[in-house]
Design a protein around this ligand. Structure first.
Ligand code: OSB
Ligand code: MG
Length: 369
């Protein structure tokens, strides 16, 4: 399987609502849409590196640099028998998993199309729908947050995740619990705390949260292990798990009980699937995270969520929650029971809206083998 070309389109889309985490407040998203041609078949994917290095050190510009100058020369010189070979072929480039995943996921899509399979079927996924939750950013006031939660629950979403940071944590969670005593609820701190905040983190234990996501440093496992042993509420790791080896170590040492899997963070779908296997063997549930993707990244997440190990509701929600314009047809929609059907056509199973994409493309490069 030879990759004949790689097209990188840098796209900018406006978010419908600002999204605030402990590290940033964003009002739009800038990202690469990636297209590969493999033996004539197209494969599409989205690079989840953000404009700013807040979630990860990768940015849109580092991803462009790594893709063009280092990954494309390796990919175009390879003859892959299977998409599982793509990430190992990049071994001499350290890190930069989001850039690597962009090519790998596009190759997976082209591979599935050539086999006449949906991406989910090519991955070996069995679920035909996935349970959907929402991630709600930090709001200006608690009443605004409560209103947002009520709206999301009315749409059917099966669990609520709220972002927390110092100053927007225990009192906010208490207010949410008071208004919604039985809702499946979790929090995500994106590394905003340290073990010096143990008393505060212990207070979160009283709210029957499903989990606390990435409370401590992005590059730490040991302190998460200490916290996980201290609390009743399970710790879920996001930023800290960048590979199957990380997942194994985290579960072996007891740094978490749950893993949020994002293909971009771990170098692609093969690695994501391997982490799901490792977690399943260890009896740890996983769910599919999100990176405020456009429709292209969103449907990739849906296909990944078809794997049986993804037993908890993910952060993969309907397209309409995110951007003022949609780049795929049909859009991702949530059913009243809070599930999302996984597209069944070949590859990612949706069409790209070239007109919309063209209008929002800042620049475009095609690299030929
Ligand atoms: O930590 O899970 C996260 C968005 C951007 C970067 C990091 C995270 C998130 C989300 C949003 O929580 C998930 C989504 O709705 O795409
Ligand atoms: Mg997270």
């Amino acid at each position: 399987m030879k990759i004949e070309s790689l097209t990188l389109r840098e796209v900018r889309l406006d978010l419908k609502y600002p999204f605030e985490t402990s590290f940033a407040r964003v009002t739009d998203q800038q990202f690469f849409l990636v297209e590969v041609r493999v033996d004539g078949a197209p494969g599409f994917a989205e690079c989840v590196a953000d404009r700013d290095p807040g979630y990860s050190y990768e940015t849109v510009r580092t991803a462009g640099h790594i893709l063009e100058d280092f990954l494309w020369p390796l990919a175009s010189a390879s003859d892959y028998a299977h998409p599982d070979e793509v990430l190992p072929s990049f071994a001499r480039v350290r890190g930069h998993n989001m850039a690597k995943a962009a090519i790998e996921m596009a190759v997976w899509e082209a591979w599935a199309r050539r086999k006449g399979l949906s991406l989910a079927a090519a991955l070996g996924g069995e679920r035909r729908r996935t349970a959907s939750g929402v991630s709600i950013g930090i709001q200006d006031t608690v009443p605004e947050l409560l209103d947002r939660i009520a709206l999301e629950l009315a749409s059917g979403y099966q669990r609520i995740k709220i972002k927390i940071k110092p100053g927007w944590d225990v009192a906010v969670v208490a207010a949410v619990r008071e208004r919604f005593p039985d809702v499946p609820l979790m929090v995500d701190a994106n590394s905003a705390y340290t073990l010096a905040d143990m008393d505060l983190l212990r207070e979160l234990d009283q709210f029957d949260l499903m989990m606390i996501e990435q409370p401590l440093a992005h590059d730490d496992m040991w302190d998460h292990r200490i916290l996980h042993a201290e609390l009743r509420t399970p710790i879920c790791l996001d930023e800290s798990v960048k590979s199957p080896a990380d997942a194994r170590r985290a579960l072996e040492m007891g740094a978490c009980g749950i893993i949020n899997i994002k293909a971009g963070r771990v170098g692609g779908l093969s690695s994501a699937r391997e982490i799901a296997r490792i977690a399943e063997a260890a009896g740890a549930p996983v769910w599919c995270g999100g990176m405020l993707e456009s429709g292209v990244g969103r449907v990739h997440n849906l296909h990944l969520s078809s794997l049986s190990a993804f037993s908890l509701p993910g952060d993969v929600a309907a397209s309409e929650r995110y951007f003022t314009e949609e780049v795929i047809e049909p859009p991702v929609t949530v059913d009243p029971d809070g599930t999302i059907p996984i597209p069944e056509g070949e590859g990612i199973g949706v069409a790209l809206r070239e007109d919309v994409i063209r209008r929002h493309t800042l620049c475009e490069t095609t690299l030929e083998a």
